[in-house]
Write a protein that binds this ligand. Sequence first.
Ligand code: FAD
Length: 450
Amino acid sequence: MSNKTATTLLPEERKKGFREIHRCYEPHQAYLEASRCLMCEDAPCTKGCPAGVDIKAFIRKIRFHNLRGAIREIREANVLAGICGKVCPQELLCQKECSNTEIDIPINIAALQRYVADVELRRSVSPSARQFAQRIKVAIIGSGPAGLAVAANLAQKGYEVTIFEAEAKPGGLLTYGIPPHRLPSSAVQKEIRYIKRIGVKIRCKTKIMNIDELFKKDFKAIFIGVGLPGARKIGLPGENLKGVYTALEFLKDVITNKGRTKQTKIGKRVVVIGGGDVAMDAASCALRLGAQRVDLVCLEGYDEMPSSPEERRICWEEGVEINTRVMPLKIIGSKGRVTGYKGIGIRWRKPGLFIPSNAIPIPGTEFSLKVDTVIEAIGQIPDTGNVKGFKGIETAGPGYIVAKKKTFKTSRPGVFAAGDIVNRGATAVQAVADGNAAAEAIDAYLKRKR
Ligand SMILES: Cc1cc2nc3c(=O)[nH]c(=O)nc-3n(C[C@H](O)[C@H](O)[C@H](O)COP(=O)(O)OP(=O)(O)OC[C@H]3O[C@@H](n4cnc5c(N)ncnc54)[C@H](O)[C@@H]3O)c2cc1C
């Protein structure tokens, strides 16, 4: 049994509903896992963590039963310790570096991080004391991991921080994107409550369309972490039929209404178009909502798909049919509703370049599937409304914000930006890491201004 399956529910159990698939370690399991760590001199695991968590140090503290010390160690670099412990693609980050060492099976670092964060949040440990109050106001637009990381860091330094969030609940894609079987909403809200205890104010249902208004209200610096709330569309014939959804609208509905609303009531046969993590999430949710067959169709081969190997493995184990190296041709419909999907096999013109313009259809490989729901999961884009509202800020493409590397300064003095809206879509831990760096830059800017 690998160290991964030791903490994961079996596929048959998983498909029954939205129970969290990764179980938390029991104390004895955590100590055993921590005791396997080789305590490498150069700690390659830390180099693999975008937020720079001192992994060796926190694992050592678990070994010595110092759980409070362990969580403090993690939170110093990553305020969303518990959330990232649940959703980080560790096999591509810290754990990948661990597997390059002398160790036989790499340490399940994410499970250890989940364990200490869960213990801490259950005990309602208070955040460490704030530094003296500075009475300087900073506005954060967006409460995803980037905004939360900036807010927590600045509040800890004594700034008066207010987050403005368009949605009814804070958390960004952690709340409205990642489905509950991977990240339960209660885990997100617990960690957000922790951040509020540091002193961060969060105003939900407040969409900021004009940053000049914030400067007029005496905010001395502004951070933009608005993510990518728009869904990219392929532009296929039949895309406007009833029963065709984007993954973002489908997942949001699953999270808020368990997919039972009229708009996204799932059919018996579902096709998900895309090969990334979002496609995997849509496919596994469709199964949980009772779909009898879920076909995932993507341009890439199995090992070329952008999804994390772990996500792919989970979907495959649960019975999602993964159809690789195929291109969609059209969505077929009757009386305004989707009834089928037509695709064709492809090969790559240039090897190693996995983009649609490099795909050549192979004549004679056309195929059709009978389906009643199609979910498109081919990427996210900026909200064009935001782009217009943020005057004086340089953007690129459809509205990605251009910000300096390391300082995350935008083209407008006093305005900083990070997370998906700048890096064009990465991971929660990358958003936290960039948010940490942006907070340092905002602090330096405000000190200089004074
Ligand atoms: C389905 C799905 C699954 C994913 N799974 C994983 C995973 O397993 N692991 C992982 O590490 N990453 C995952 N990601 C990616 C990760 O969620 C993102 O990289 C991360 O959330 C980006 O953080 P952010 O703060 O930049 O933006 P977001 O999380 O998108 O947050 C932006 C917030 O800004 C708000 N906002 C937008 N405009 C305004 C405005 N004008 N005024 C006020 N508020 C505004 C939005 O409502 C939103 O709450 C996944 C993404 C998706 C879609």
